[in-house]
Design a protein around this ligand. Sequence first.
Ligand code: 2AL
Length: 165
Amino acid sequence: MKLAEFNSADTAAAAAALRPCIDVRRWVEAITNARPFASRAALLGFAADAASPFTAAEVEAALAHHPRIGERPEANTAEASMSRSEQSGVDPSDNGTAAALAAGNRAYEEKFGRVFLIRAAGRTAAEILAALHTRLANSPAEEDAIVAQQLREIAVLRLEGVISE
Ligand code: 2AL
């Protein structure tokens, strides 16, 4: 969608474009209400700041939309297709990496009680695995801050893909 189109779309259409980026109502509403944006850069800057910080409940709700790294969602939705493309650095036929990611995901979920989340776009499987192992040593409070930041990065990157100049 072009920025001009996004600026003049009705609220429901603008919100529908934003929701696959991160399904947090406060974020979606803040952005739709702040239109029109003078430039794509202004939109992306506003989006990075909106709803910052996310509340713990918003983070938990948003996480539910993210499949585990290494598990490519097959649904025919905007969200699933974004996740597949973000995980393009993870080769599903590489069994060794898949097993290491699955083991790391299990350990992370056992320790923190939620899915391991990382901005996967621009990262290789090896980088993701290294980050997973490093983050396993974190405290829950350290992870809260990292997860919120990763969600923001994913949302803004997705928005870059959704809105063109
Ligand atoms: C994801 C995802 O779906 N996209 C991304 O960048 N990271 N999932 C995850 N568990 O980190």
